[in-house]
Design a protein around this ligand. Structure first.
Ligand SMILES: NC(=O)c1ccc[n+]([C@@H]2O[C@H](COP(=O)([O-])OP(=O)(O)OC[C@H]3O[C@@H](n4cnc5c(N)ncnc54)[C@H](OP(=O)(O)O)[C@@H]3O)[C@@H](O)[C@H]2O)c1
Length: 340
């Protein structure tokens, strides 16, 4: 089998497709022949050595795949060889084959393409978990979505639109604003040319928003907190601001940590605000909860209420190009690998 390997920490050229032995499924596991694997922003951070959850190099990233069942381990009962599935994996997905516990597989509806199936798990589960499990999005809420043109951002926007009258503010580079408007963002904000916090306050008459979805981290969490209306929620689910170039920059990292705010329960109580964190990679083992989320998402998909936005599909051999594409902020929606 072939696997896109981060051979050492560094710029995108450290990525190489390497041959490795195809694993055999153990009891309760399934071997999948991978059709598509998702690229996630965490892969960029992992390549630079900035993602503590990732294994050490040489490593293969990949939190989600679509493909067909190739081999079944003992005791598996839900699938048979040849079934079309998607799966959540904790790494090793960006490869031609991956072994996954059966509980982490989902059968695909016939109309769902392998592209859509690999684009759905991480992005939609993250947005869904934030908006409908930890929090409860309500009609008329105002929501600020950062990295709005990215994979999670696009998913969050679609999920916001399933609730009546939600007013969406989305930050993205200016050239993506038409795509944001088409997706239903009423207030696209170019964070390169404007202070988005001032812009949100201007647009809300100083009242702020009920939700800030912030995977930027550091100083932006402070800015987001100050934009919350009473009973507003700040969801912290990433620290993209750590990435400042193609390599890790220790001065930049130190600056990010120094800018971090500490939230005391006393202050949260006094301010009537809520701050919470989400890391879906650490939730894959919560099969029952994730299964319920996926059922709800599949229902929304079959009702035509959500539809993964695919930016591009790169062959595994073009791993470096795929990383550069995201890092140079060119994507609108999900970037995938074709692993066939
Ligand atoms: N906690 C979790 O469970 C979880 C799960 C999934 C993702 N996340 C986090 O959510 C965030 C979005 O992930 P994603 O996969 O949706 O992202 P993505 O699709 O890869 O988004 C990339 C886009 O982000 C914007 N961006 C903002 N800051 C950037 C930076 N420093 N370097 C490069 N691009 C930057 C760029 O668009 P613009 O220039 O248009 O803004 C870029 O095109 C990431 O921080 C990720 O780690 C967390």
């Amino acid at each position: 089998m072939r696997a896109l390997t981060i051979t050492r920490y560094g710029d995108p050229d450290v990525l190489e497709v390497r041959e490795r032995a195809t694993p055999s499924p153990q009891s309760g596991e399934v071997l999948i022949r991978v059709a598509r694997a998702g690229l996630n922003f965490s892969d960029i951070a992992a390549r630079q050595g900035l993602y503590p959850d990732a294994p050490k190099p040489p490593m293969v990233m990949g939190y989600e795949v679509s493909g067909t069942v190739e081999q079944l381990g003992l005791g598996t009962i839900r699938f048979k060889a040849g079934d079309r599935v998607s799966a959540m994996c904790k790494f090793n997905g960006q490869a031609t084959h991956v072994v996954v516990p059966e509980a982490q597989l989902t059968a695909l509806p016939p109309q769902m393409s392998f592209d859509e199936a690999a684009a759905l798990p991480v992005n939609y589960l993250t947005a869904f978990h934030i908006l409908f499990h930890v929090g409860q999005l309500r009609p008329g809420d105002k929501v600020l979505v950062h990295m709005a043109a990215g994979g999670v951002g696009q998913s969050a926007i679609q999920l916001c639109r399933t609730v009546e009258g939600v007013d969406i503010f989305g930050t993205a580079s200016a050239q993506k604003h038409d795509a944001l408007r088409a997706a239903g963002v009423q207030h696209p904000i170019d964070y390169h040319s404007k202070d988005y916090a001032q812009e949100v306050l201007r647009l809300t008459g100083g009242k702020g928003v009920q939700w800030v979805l912030d995977p930027l981290g550091g100083a932006d969490w402070n800015k987001g907190y100050n934009l919350l209306a009473p009973s507003g929620r700040l969801a912290a689910y990433g620290w993209a601001n750590m990435i400042s170039g193609t390599h890790r920059n220790v001065f930049h990292i130190a600056k990010e940590f120094l800018g971090l705010k500490r939230y005391s329960p006393m202050k949260l109580m006094g301010d009537n605000r809520c701050v919470f964190g989400v890391n879906m990679g650490n939730m894959w083992g919560e099969a029952e909860l994730i299964g319920r989320h996926l059922d709800a998402l599949m229902k929304l998909y079959t009702q035509g209420k959500i539809r993964p936005v695919i930016d591009s599909v790169f062959p595994l051999e073009k791993g470096a190009d795929a990383h550069r594409h995201v890092q140079e902020r060119r994507n609108v929606g999900k970037v995938l690998f074709n692993c066939e």
